[in-house]
Design a protein around this ligand. Sequence first.
Ligand code: GSH
Length: 339
Amino acid sequence: MNKTVFFGALTVAGIAAGAASAATLDDVTARGTLNCGVSTGLVGFAAPDANGVWEGFDVGVCRAVAAAALGDPEAVNFVPLTTQTRFTALASGEVDMLARNTTWTFSRDVDLKMEFTGINYYDGQGFMVPRDIGVTSAKDLDGATVCIQTGTTTELNLADFFRVNNISYEPVPIETNAEAQQQYLARACDVYTTDASGLAATRATFENPGDHVILPEIISKEPLGPLVRHGDNEWGDIVRWTLNAMIAAEELGVTSANVSELAAAATDNPEINRLLGTEGELGAMLGLEADWAVAVISAVGNYGELFEQTIGENTPIGLARGLNAQWTEGGLIYSPPFR
Ligand SMILES: N[C@@H](CCC(=O)N[C@@H](CS)C(=O)NCC(=O)O)C(=O)O
């Protein structure tokens, strides 16, 4: 088992080294579309609507990068990837980036040679159980069958948590969230464990969400964010600063509603001016148009707008900002300066 994991990692790393030399912005520009790797479907984060149009919090990051790089948030080819296939798809060049509830870890960065360009959601792993089994703490799960997606940090944390608490479990390995949902509702497993945001998103699609409880324990740190290939630094800068533009816009009070007015002429706030390209050369430094961030904010809104529209408290997913509040509001969302 260890051997398989080790060689698997080596293969991905080998491919990454090969693909990294290509100038991804040139490829994206020549193609006219961004190939963005997303999940196979997680409502609120990335899922097609009734008309087949992809929407969600991670989808918004893909659209934002397409707006920055191509001036068109619609110029995205969404590539659904499982937890198992995502890194190979990025390493081989099948996609230009991933925006797919993926946790930034040491080994994914250093060993798999992925470049995480920021964190768009600070998460942690939780557990969901049917209310009628009467369990109120994850520590009471001794002997439980657990639905778990393969190739995830979830699997590894689960093993750690049960080991540390000296209890045992039986894993039921699952490929996709849809399958997990099906198996869990069919009671093929007693418990579903994944990122707490994923649990909230999954529960929101149940016929009777109130019949299921999310247990109080959060057993890990899951900093989720977009990523590119190691060595793909110029392209990585575009993805990184696109996310930062959305974060900074919220802090500075720039919204999809007021951005065109604020960008019409220089304001009396120099950082807003640099962000929106009415002052300085930041767009040119990225190889983009001066108004790249205007395109981003007009298309998908600032970080808070995207959060509220897709996963926030007034959506069925119902997530509070919590750790994902701006640093000025006691949260961890913080963009380095635009200068
Ligand atoms: N953040 C963890 C877990 C990611 C994960 O398992 N996500 C699931 C559930 S939130 C998912 O993407 N489901 C959608 C799919 O199966 O495509 C990781 O990076 O390993």
